[in-house]
Design a protein around this ligand. Structure first.
Ligand code: NI
Length: 239
């Protein structure tokens, strides 16, 4: 063995044996930043139109999106904490689905912010570098900048002749959320984080259709269960 290799092994052994200062304890804040993906497990009702009635097979689905995620944990005790998930606004395409709308492509898009607050439990002793956690709480999702596409307007016009413009609005959602995650502290303050949430996000989309003169010709609604899995991988910093 070379001398530098032996020294390296010795240094690693000393580092491994060195007692770590308290990793997580009451009063600590742990901030995390990373890539966060919202991956909807969506399903929808059939579109229900005032003018046309319920259209069996006229469904929608929602695609996934990745943004900058930010989470913050406040340790209330050495093992119980409050966690908050925030992110830059997600942007999702809403696509046609079901026997009638499947294959039509992008019908609308929306942005949303899904702030989530959870009560977290950290089972490991506060001296552990490895800190897995589980949490339950609530999610509030605010949809904004909803837009329809020409495809939706054209599809609508095929069913209801005379329609030349459409718009869409999504109701905000309030529901349960659950998470599991882990931090692995590399130094006293810096670590790696991975976390997964599930959130119950349900919304009603209201689509208005207008004729050339701007008169409202029809209003439709569709209930959408978005119920996404949310994945984040990032860096932790203990304050
Ligand atoms: Ni749901």
């Amino acid at each position: 063995m070379s001398r530098s290799f032996k020294l390296g092994v010795l240094a690693a052994a000393v580092m491994a044996a060195a007692p770590m200062a308290q990793a997580y304890e009451a009063g600590d804040f742990i901030g995390r930043a990373g890539a966060v993906t919202v991956d909807p497990d969506s399903s929808s009702s059939d579109l229900n139109s005032n003018a046309l009635g319920t259209i069996p097979g006229a469904e929608v689905s929602v695609d996934s999106n990745t943004q900058l995620g930010l989470t913050l944990t406040y340790m209330v005790t050495d093992q119980i904490a409050v966690g908050v998930l925030g992110a830059t606004p997600f942007k999702h395409d809403i696509e046609g689905d079901g026997t009638v709308l499947g294959g039509t492509g992008k019908l609308a898009e929306t942005k949303h912010l899904p702030p989530t607050v959870t009560l977290q439990f950290f089972p490991m002793p506060s001296s552990s570098k490895f800190q897995p956690y589980a949490g339950v709480g609530v999610n509030y999702t605010n949809f904004f900048e909803e837009k329809t596409t020409q495809t939706l307007t054209d599809t609508y016009a095929a069913l209801a002749p005379g329609v030349t413009r459409t718009d869409i609005e999504l109701d905000d959602s309030f529901g349960l959320a659950a998470e599991i995650g882990m931090d692995y502290m590399i130094t006293e303050n810096v670590g790696l984080n991975a976390a997964i949430w599930w959130a119950d996000i349900d919304t009603e989309a209201t689509i208005n259709a207008y004729t050339a003169g701007g008169t409202k010709a029809d209003t439709s609604t569709v209930d959408v269960d978005i119920d996404p899995w949310v994945y984040m991988v990032g860096v932790s910093y203990k304050f």
